[in-house]
Design a protein around this ligand. Structure first.
Ligand SMILES: NC(=O)C1=CN([C@@H]2O[C@H](COP(=O)(O)OP(=O)(O)OC[C@H]3O[C@@H](n4cnc5c(N)ncnc54)[C@H](OP(=O)(O)O)[C@@H]3O)[C@@H](O)[C@H]2O)C=CC1
Ligand SMILES: O=C(O)[C@@H]1CCC=N1
Length: 270
């Protein structure tokens, strides 16, 4: 397959994370990528850091692109962005929106519904090759159009669009919960008297090891908890306190709040 030309509208944090990953793993070359951003500084920075093309007008980049990535915020002027795409994008190009909370129906109202539109909530672990992006296609889009690009910054789960908001708050915001857990765990080690660096290394190793155990043994966490806790011992005393806290429900409420906010982002647009 010939290399796809990829044009980003919005060159912020998420666009940069995707660009860095797809160039690093040779999914795309820098010369096949263009970016438009209302902030000139961002374009200059992306050119300097990654060598992407910058001496091209947006109208031309849109007309030549195979994939057009809408990477502005939900609060930005999507009507204006959609109008540009509608006017200049080639008929066979696929338009990928990574804008949280904005539906395919809303996107179609901005750019026209008679073209391939793909709603993606991109995973944020892009530099690792791990992490799932959630993807919903409209009737004009095919997996073949986007599969190579999407796998260039992690793994992909194709979903019914009705699940994308849930996937956003649970899956894509997911590393937040894990980062926060690791930070809290390392703090617990320090609170109990370990030096910070040792507490930190142990927390990371335990998280990585626990995931490896779950994958290797295919056991349920509860079964591994049983093995880890001797009668009247250390582990079960620690777990008793956790059971007395709001730990599980707090985490679950946090995910539900993130899912709720995703839906609000789509509705509260200017
Ligand atoms: N960051 C994340 O972890 C994730 C983000 N997303 C989604 O990705 C999208 C981008 O998020 P993020 O990268 O964090 O945001 P950023 O604010 O970092 O990037 C958005 C960029 O788009 C520019 N911009 C605004 N309006 C226009 C326009 N009309 N034309 C061209 N450029 C424009 C902004 O410029 P200026 O700042 O000057 O306004 C800014 O540089 C959002 O919709 C978000 O929901 C999805 C998953 C995860
Ligand atoms: O916070 C945000 O809006 C984005 C979407 C999911 C994770 N980060």
């Amino acid at each position: 397959m010939a290399e796809q030309r990829i044009h980003f509208i919005g060159g912020g944090q998420m666009a940069e994370a995707i660009i860095r990953a797809i160039i690093a793993n040779q999914t795309a070359s820098a010369r096949s990528i263009t970016v438009a951003d209302i902030n000139e500084e961002r374009i200059r920075l992306l050119n300097e850091k990654y060598g992407i093309l910058t001496d091209i007008r947006q109208e031309v980049a849109l007309s030549e692109a195979d994939l057009i990535i809408i990477a502005v915020r939900p609060q930005d002027n999507l009507t204006e962005v959609g109008q540009l795409v509608h006017e200049y994008a080639g008929k066979n190009s696929a338009v990928i929106s990574i804008v949280a909370g904005v539906t395919i129906e809303q996107l179609a109202s901005y750019i026209g519904g008679d073209r391939a539109i793909i709603r993606v909530i991109p995973n944020t672990l892009t530099d690792t090759g791990l992490g799932y992006s959630g993807v919903a296609l409209n009737a004009h889009a095919t997996k073949e159009q986007v599969d190579v690009f999407l796998n260039g910054f992690g793994k992909v789960q194709y979903l019914d669009e009705s699940l994308i908001d849930t996937f956003t708050g649970y899956g894509v915001a997911g590393p937040n919960y894990v980062y926060y857990f690791i930070e809290s765990l390392a703090d617990a080690g320090v609170l109990a008297g370990l030096p910070r660096e040792q507490a930190w290394q142990v927390a990371l190793e335990n998280v990585e090891g626990a995931v490896a155990m779950l994958r290797q043994t295919k056991l349920h966490p509860r079964q591994l908890l049983d093995i880890n806790n001797s009668p009247g011992g250390v582990g079960i005393h620690g777990l008793y306190e956790l059971n007395n806290s709001d730990f599980a429900a707090g985490l679950q409420r946090s995910v539900l709040a993130a899912v709720k906010r995703t839906a609000e982002l789509g509705k509260d647009r200017p």
